[in-house]
Design a protein around this ligand. Structure first.
Ligand code: EPU
Length: 421
């Protein structure tokens, strides 16, 4: 089984370039199903979630070209399939965006329930509620969701999400882009990838306004046309490298970032004693690895992202004093990595939604396993700051969302290699 072997204790130095955002591109690729004509999508990360999605779309009849690294030209004009390959769909979470995109384009879809990182119960009731309010007849079983037009047909409407959901916001935007009339989505998620999807769809002729606020308005259009679009930089990948420098120490320029997206992460690292300098599209991080305690509560954007919970927990593990970390999006997320960190010497006590992290002097290398993408990234950071050798197993989770992790860390001076039996 593939694994990473890390020899910790080396400060990170140099620069790292952040790739396109995973959670944006996994929405934008299915969105190409709505478009008549070729979409040239730039800044596409080479990660396994993207490869699976491209395989799914190709299997449905999309033409896909990769004219240069980081660029995908996708043309879904000739797609007629509304039943994407079940096995591939089950390999990842964001394949549920095929539901909204197919509903918008064809008025019907038959999509297996998604797989992906199972760090918590991840219901899709708000997606289903949205589809039903748009006029779809929905059949949901334990294994698939079947969508077709209901008796009155599909029609834009006003939808209020009961919980702020990134996935439901995106799925409703996808479907409503080609459904007649206006859809007004209240209590929408505001993450940068929501705005990026809206910008992609608008570039192709959609009429979406308000993305990035609580209320997104989508005026359905008859068709979308091809065009060129560059995906935003990955907020969480950038945050992961920032946390790695904070934890292991060093001086790194993190390039291709949108500093505004990083504000809540930046603020927390500064509270912990890290020096952060913002430039137009880069951030410099300087750390002596002597961190101070802090308090973090995860929240939907613009709050501190749940996808950075595990990485900041590693920073807390060796910070002076007692830190508190409260998870308000996915309560069970701690279980994906805290036991592993404890086996490296961390002192973490979990009570319900809150982890109390009592800073220790040092983490020690151990063999640990990734249980999901961000938990895995956090264990890599732990390995970089620990003394001795750390082996991180189950790295397929990490490779789902981090492009060239080993190459990027090696260029920063880290001692990390990918081993395969
Ligand atoms: N929720 C419901 N019903 C729904 C949908 C969500 O109750 O129909 C609840 C969830 O249980 C959760 C909260 O609402 O408590 C937020 O879930 P959300 O729908 O926003 O999450 P998601 O769309 O499934 C995306 C990211 C996750 C990230 C979350 C939160 C993608 C592909 N995934 O998931 O990213 O953790 O938003 O920001 O965009 C990752 O990148 O590692 C990752 C897991």
């Amino acid at each position: 089984m593939a694994r990473y072997e890390i020899h910790g204790g080396t400060p990170l130095r140099g620069s790292v370039t952040i790739s396109g955002a995973k959670n944006a591109v996994v929405a934008i690729l299915p969105a190409a199903l709505l478009v008549n004509g070729p979409c040239r999508i730039e800044n596409v990360p080479d990660i396994s979630d993207v490869r699976i999605l491209l395989d799914i779309l190709q299997g449905m009849g999309a033409s896909i070209e990769k004219p240069e690294p980081g660029v995908v030209v996708i043309d879904c004009t000739r797609v007629t399939q509304t039943r994407p390959d079940e096995k591939l769909v089950r390999k990842m979470r964001a394949s549920y965006y095929l539901m909204g995109a197919l509903l918008g384009r064809f008025g019907k879809a038959h999509v297996a329930l998604p797989g992906g990182c199972n760090f918590a119960s991840r219901p899709i009731d708000q997606h289903i509620k949205g589809f039903e309010m748009l006029g779809a007849a929905v059949e949901e079983t334990d294994t698939y969701v079947d969508l077709r037009p209901g008796k009155e047909g599909l029609q834009g409407t006003r939808i209020n999400l009961d919980v702020v959901s990134v996935g439901a916001t995106i799925n409703i935007m996808l479907a409503a882009s080609l459904i007649p009339g206006q859809t007004i989505l209240d209590n929408a998620a505001k993450e940068p990838h929501i705005v990026d999807l809206a910008n992609f769809l608008n570039t192709m002729g959609a009429r979406i306004s308000g993305a990035g606020t609580d209320t997104v308005k989508i005026r359905g259009v008859n068709s979308l046309h091809g065009g060129t679009y560059a995906v935003i930089p990955d907020q969480i990948e950038a945050g992961t490298y920032m946390a790695a420098v904070a934890a292991a120490g060093g001086n790194v320029l993190v390039k291709n970032v949108i500093p505004k997206h990083m504000e809540c992460i930046t603020t927390k690292l500064q509270e912990m004693g890290v020096k952060v300098f913002n430039y137009d599209d880069a951030i410099r991080i300087q750390s002596n690895a002597q961190l101070r305690k802090t308090t973090v509560k995860t929240r939907p954007y613009p709050g501190f992202p749940t996808d950075m919970q595990a990485q900041i927990c590693v920073c807390m593990s060796c910070a002076a004093g007692v830190s508190r970390l409260t998870e308000s999006v996915y309560e069970t997320r701690f279980f994906g990595y805290c036991t592993e960190l404890q086996s490296m010497g961390a002192n973490i006590q979990i009570a319900g939604k809150t982890a109390t992290v009592i800073g220790v002097e040092q983490l020690y290398g151990a063999t640990v396993a990734a249980h999901d993408l961000r938990a895995g990234a956090a264990l890599v950071i732990a390995g970089l700051m620990a003394s001795g050798t750390t082996v991180v197993e189950n790295i397929h989770f990490i490779e789902r969302g981090y492009e060239n992790l080993v190459e990027k860390l090696t260029a920063l001076g880290a001692s990390i290699r990918r081993l395969e039996d």
